[in-house]
Design a protein around this ligand. Structure first.
Ligand code: HAM
Length: 432
């Protein structure tokens, strides 16, 4: 029996169709172009990893691991998870591929990530990131370069009003001192903290600074700041980052609560927020920072590193769909019966022009003309018996160009096709 149930996508997952798909690839292309100019090369990584990879790297008390992972048992009973982010896999790939002695490795990647969060505008369960990881980068100027590259990426998309927020969570000694001060402070208000933050107080007090709960936030305002716990090294490192940003003319806001939700960071943390969507809500479009301890923690040698990831779904909300760069043209057979001459004509044109060459083959000529128009065709090449006999093609313009009015028609000799297309369409190679 026929199953008439309409299939639905899984909650928080969606398709990109038409202009959305164009925007997606436009955003990826722009970011790829920018990071390529900083010497970053693409890496492809699996969408699934052993669950333990994420638990060990992001931390079992992080919201991502604690509440948001898509975790399954595979057929051999191993626990695997859909990747919620890319840094853990990049570090794993560095170790697996024995590249820890071949540094730096400057990698870029993009693709779907999965987090089981409450879906809303700008937050999805399958979302897309474009990320970079600069593995082996030790100095503060690498952080500056990473940040400036992220800003350039956002600006290359024509997004106005992007703001850079930075912080430093110092080195391990800084955080140990700060943790003690935070615990002492929050202990006095324990009863007023949200349930989540009461738990954080014992397992990871820094996370309280990140709480979205209004009451928690009020208490956070009076909490000691991490700069009071900086070791001289941590303070110097952060000063160098700020000086470097200033030297590049990059303005930033200091956000002492920017501790980030993943466990692997130390020293610099940063986010870029931009107005996105109809209400111009300020959302984090890029997040990143330094993670000097992660490679060693995952079983490799000590490899300092810095990186970031941009949320492509959010960037897409902030940019216009790009215009189609090279409009298509269409080849239509004039008669009722399908004609292989149109197939050959389209084939020949594809060897001459950059314009996509369509060959609508459904319905009568009027319908095929309409389909060409709907596809945005600049002109149609008409091929019929007469044209085949005389070796002359009829071209009809469906849109105005600098030279032809909409509706204009002209006749092109088949022998002149290469010269004609070179002059009036977008030739594959520019004539000498
Ligand atoms: P993250 O801050 O968790 O960092 O994610 C980076 C960006 O991904 C966010 O700023 C946001 O734009 C986007 N994003 C996160 N979750 C969602 C969601 N559910 N829906 C839509 N967009 C989302 C990381 O993932 C780190 N791996 C970044 C990094 C790389 N740090 C060092 N290297």
């Amino acid at each position: 029996m026929k199953n008439t149930e309409v299939p639905l996508p899984v909650r928080g997952m969606r398709d990109f169709v038409g202009a959305d798909a164009r925007t997606f690839h436009h955003v990826v292309d722009r970011l790829q172009t920018v990071v390529c100019r900083y010497g970053f090369s693409p890496i492809e990584m699996p969408l699934v990893e052993f669950t333990s990879l994420f638990v060990r790297s992001l931390g079992d008390t992080s919201d991502v691991v604690d509440k948001e992972m898509f975790t399954f048992e595979d057929r051999s009973g191993q626990s695997i998870s859909l990747r919620p982010e890319g840094t853990a896999s990049a570090v794993r790939a560095l170790i697996t591929n024995k590249l820890t002695q071949t540094l730096p490795q400057k990698w870029s990647y993009y693709g779907p990530m999965f987090r089981y969060d409450r879906p809303q505008k700008g937050r999805y369960r399958q979302f897309y990131q474009f990320g970079v990881e600069d593995l082996g980068a030790s100095g503060p100027l690498s952080d500056v370069e990473a940040i400036s590259m992220a800003m350039e990426g956002v600006q290359s998309l024509g997004i106005n009003g992007a703001t850079l927020f930075i912080n430093s969570i110092g080195d391990a000694a800084t955080r140990a001192d700060y943790r003690a001060k935070l615990v002492a402070y929050f202990e006095a208000y324990k009863g007023d903290l949200s349930e989540d933050s009461q738990r954080r107080l014992t397992v990871n007090p820094l996370r309280i600074l990140d709480s979205k709960d209004a009451k928690d936030q009020e208490l956070v305002r009076g909490a000691p700041q991490i700069s009071g716990s900086f070791t001289p090294e941590a303070a110097r490192f952060f000063d160098r980052v700020k000086e470097g940003l200033a030297a590049l003319g990059l303005t930033f806001k200091l956000d002492p609560c920017l501790v980030r939700g993943l466990d692997y960071y130390d020293h610099t943390t940063f986010e870029i927020k931009a107005p996105v969507g109809e209400g111009s809500t300020l959302l984090a479009v890029v997040g990143g920072g330094r993670y000097n301890g992660l490679v060693e923690q995952m079983g490799g040698p000590s490899v300092p590193a810095v990186g970031w990831a941009a949320g492509l779904d959010r960037l897409m909300l902030a940019v216009e769909a790009p215009a189609v760069e090279v409009p298509p043209v269409a080849v239509l057979f004039v008669g009722e019966a399908e004609d292989v001459a149109a197939l050959q004509g389209a084939h020949r044109l594809r060897g001459l022009v950059q314009n996509p060459v369509l060959m609508p083959a459904e319905g009568n000529l009027a319908k095929r003309m309409k389909m060409s128009d709907r596809a945005g065709a600049l002109c149609v090449f008409l091929i019929g018996e007469d044209e085949l006999k005389t070796g002359q093609l009829k071209v009809k313009f469906l849109r105005s160009t600098g030279e032809f009015e909409e509706g204009a028609e002209c006749v092109v000799a088949e022998t002149e096709l290469a010269a004609w297309t070179a002059q009036h369409l977008s030739p594959l190679t520019k004539p000498e």
